[in-house]
Design a protein around this ligand. Structure first.
Ligand SMILES: *Cc1c(COP(=O)(O)O)cnc(C)c1O
Length: 255
């Protein structure tokens, strides 16, 4: 059984990208939304750099990577490509300096200590970084992110870090075949965003919602996603189990 079509060539990647974009468009239209509001962030974790070159040839202009060391290495190996790098996985304070040197965006901000470490490094180099605040909307122990009730206080701390550009909120939904429970995670993130926008509009930037992955991006778009992070539906099934990425371990990904 192959849930995600393999993609070895530029043409394969183009075909899968077109398919994903078509599904985003249909989901947006079902929800009465403008499909142009939804950014597709291709997630390239575990893929060798040759596949990222193929992805760039297929039109990708940005790559999402879960682990800093892997992202940093690929950034260096692909320095000749004109692409942006987004780090989408949990960050330890001691790796913040790496992110500050090459990433355009960090989507998993969930502690003041990391915000401070990023900001300090960015200020030294005059760079800025787009950030999303990660929220644990599923209540699962294994997921990173702030508790929903901690979001307002956390947002109110961020203006102190002038090099960080808050773009909105990010989440990983429950991994479950029960679409109503998955949808509830996305809805919760949207409600948190709406509340922040009403009560403290200056703190949430454009109020983006990074939510939705290969298995659930259509639901996420229906619930208001402005950024879907999609790997396997574009590049084919990953051999590495997802459990490698979500639990709070400190190991780095396979290279
Ligand atoms: C791997 C990953 C994704 C994409 O998952 P796919 O199943 O490949 O679409 C999205 N978000 C994060 C944080 C990830 O680590």
């Amino acid at each position: 059984m192959m849930p995600f079509p393999p993609a070895d060539t530029v043409a394969d990647i183009e075909r899968n990208l077109a398919d994903v974009r078509g599904r985003i468009k249909s989901a947006a239209i079902r929800a009465g939304r403008d499909p142009a509001e939804v950014r597709l962030l291709p997630v390239t974790k575990t893929l060798p750099v040759e596949r990222l070159r193929s992805a760039a040839a297929a039109g990708c202009t940005e790559f999402g990577e879960n682990k800093v060391q892997e992202a940093k290495r690929k950034h260096a190996e692909l320095a000749d490509l004109d692409v942006k790098w987004s780090v989408i996985g949990h960050l330890q304070t001691n790796k913040a300096k790496d992110v500050a040197t090459f990433a355009a965006e960090f989507q998993a901000l969930d502690s003041v200590r990391v915000a401070e470490a990023l900001d300090r490094r960015l200020a030294q180099t005059g760079r800025t970084l787009d950030v999303f605040v990660q929220v644990n909307t599923s209540g699962e122990e294994s997921k990173f992110g702030l508790s929903p009730e901690d979001v307002p206080a956390f947002l109110s701390e961020l203006p102190a870090f002038g090099s960080l550009r808050v773009q909105g909120l990010m989440t990983l939904a429950l991994f479950s075949p029960d679409t109503e429970r998955v949808r509830a995670c996305f809805r919760l993130l949207r409600e948190l965003r709406d509340r922040a926008r009403d009560e403290t509009p200056g703190l949430i930037g454009p109020g983006g919602l990074s939510m939705g992955m290969s298995g659930d991006f259509e639901l996420a778009v229906e619930e208001g996603s402005t950024c879907v992070r999609v790997g396997q539906a574009i590049f084919g099934a990953r051999a590495t189990p997802d459990s490698h990425y979500w639990p709070p371990t400190v190991s780095d990904g396979p290279t």
